[in-house]
Design a protein around this ligand. Structure first.
Ligand code: SF4
Ligand code: SF4
Length: 436
């Protein structure tokens, strides 16, 4: 077994992965989908359709000329009935294409497997597919797979850790789509000319480890690495260290140390697209939480509203107090269930009042636990102090920009300080100053 003796700091969380053994169900096509033109990090797309247009499944409906962006395709067949600004889960007003579905799910005539003979063809195909990081990052994959120094990159790291509690969508991909993951790895290694691949999976997913080890046993350069089931094993820096023993220095990208890191569902999708040419129009997600009647793993058309998804899961058992898009550690709480699913959402968690209580903050007792448990050795108390003084230079010196907002510091703090939130706001302060 491949492992390193010394690990980065991490915490133990209750996994609560009650949906682990639930096979993925197909969510029925809703009456309407709400497809935002902001589905990824980078430049938003512009709609290419107008109100009244008829669209088909997989048809391009929005795109951008910007390099860091990815096209958007219709997840349904039907009629565009509105293009309006709708408040997103991030609190921004984003143009949204509303499509009334005809339930026929007619495929757009242009769908065909891409013709790929070179690295450039491959990168173009990845862009055309609309693929973005499916683990939550939403970074356009064609940009990630084509760093400036690609000729110095030799390693692919596949993230199968899925360390956030509750979420099992990547696990179901590993169990149900093993073949696609393996084929995706083959294609990526071939066209990007990568020599090594490490697939990191936590120890608490023994069946997935077994399946992937068996499926890759004859592949040269591919190693399945068993990771400790701690949090945040799936964070990029932590995963790089735990799979290869290499440190990613602050301010550097994985490509700077010869690596590309990709989520396991993203890798699986590469294969799906290669075989069918059907762009990214649906997403496997976990629906869970103590206020949902029937928690499930689902494949959901992009643009489906949370209320429609919850209806399919039997509705609420109790009044929902907190709805989270993503996991409880790094996900975002939203204020209404009419929000629609975007490409990077991997879970919807709904909790009742009892489970949603936020403990009251008390005075810091200088116990140092926040520092002791930060995987990146940041100093959350010092950051909070500089933030309260609005001292941007001080925040920069403390390296807050590399904070991955994993929430470990907040989780371990006995005074219940919202340290991770302070770091998020500190990063925003620095970004705003940089824009000026
Ligand atoms: S949220 Fe940031 S500061 Fe807190 S533990 Fe995670 S990386 Fe460290
Ligand atoms: S963990 Fe909380 S109480 Fe302890 S030093 Fe950090 S902020 Fe203060």
């Amino acid at each position: 077994m491949f492992s390193f003796k010394k690990s980065l700091k991490s915490i133990h969380l209750e996994h609560n992965k009650s949906t682990m053994d639930l096979c993925t169900e197909m969510m029925p096509i809703p009456e309407k989908v709400f497809i935002s033109v902001v589905q990824h990090i980078g430049a938003p797309c512009q709609p290419l359709v107008e109100i009244g247009d008829l669209v088909k499944v997989g048809q391009l409906i929005a795109d951008s000329k910007a390099f860091i962006s990815a096209p958007i395709h219709s997840s349904v067949s039907g009629k565009v009935v509105k293009i309006e600004d709708i408040m997103s889960s991030l609190g921004t007003k984003d143009k949204t294409i509303v499509i009334e579905t005809d339930k026929k799910q007619e495929l757009w005539e242009g769908i065909e497997p891409p013709l790929i003979n070179s690295k450039d063809d491959f990168i173009k195909a990845i862009r055309d597919s609309g693929l973005v990081g499916l683990g939550g990052a939403a970074f356009p994959t064609h940009v990630k797979y084509n760093p400036k120094n690609l000729d110095e990159v030799d390693t692919l790291i596949v993230n199968g850790a899925e360390c956030e509690p509750y979420i099992t969508s990547d696990y179901r991909t590993m169990m149900e789509d093993t073949e696609n993951i393996v084929y995706g790895i083959r294609i990526i290694m071939k066209y990007l000319d990568l020599k090594k691949c490490y697939i990191g999976i936590e120890k608490n997913k023994p069946l997935a480890i077994k399946k992937l080890k068996y499926a890759t046993k004859n592949m040269t350069g591919v190693t399945v690495v068993t990771l400790q089931p701690s949090y945040p094993q799936g964070a990029e820096r932590v995963l790089i260290y735990e799979t290869t023993g290499k440190n990613l220095p602050p301010g550097k990208l994985p490509a700077d140390i010869g690596m590309i890191v990709s989520n396991i569902s993203t890798v699986g999708f590469v294969s799906e697209y290669y075989k069918t040419g059907l762009p990214l129009i649906s997403k496997r997600i976990t629906v869970d939480g103590n206020a949902v009647l029937f928690p499930k793993n689902l494949r959901v058309p992009i643009g489906s509203r949370i209320c429609d998804i919850i209806d399919f899961c039997g509705g609420y058992t109790k009044p929902p107090k907190k709805i989270i898009m993503g996991g409880p550690m790094m996900g975002r709480a939203i204020y209404n269930h009419k929000k629609a699913l975007i490409k990077n959402n991997n879970a919807i968690l709904v909790f009742d009042e009892e489970m949603s209580k936020t403990p009251e903050e008390t005075e810091c007792i200088n116990c140092g636990r926040c520092y002791a448990n930060c995987p990146l050795n940041l100093m959350p108390t010092a950051i909070a102090k500089e933030f309260s003084r609005n001292n941007i230079e001080g925040l920069k010196k403390l390296n807050v920009s590399i904070c991955m907002e994993c929430g470990c510091c907040t989780y371990v703090c006995p005074a219940k300080k919202q340290l991770s939130m302070i770091n998020r706001l500190s990063k925003k302060l620095i970004q705003e100053e940089a824009k000026k």
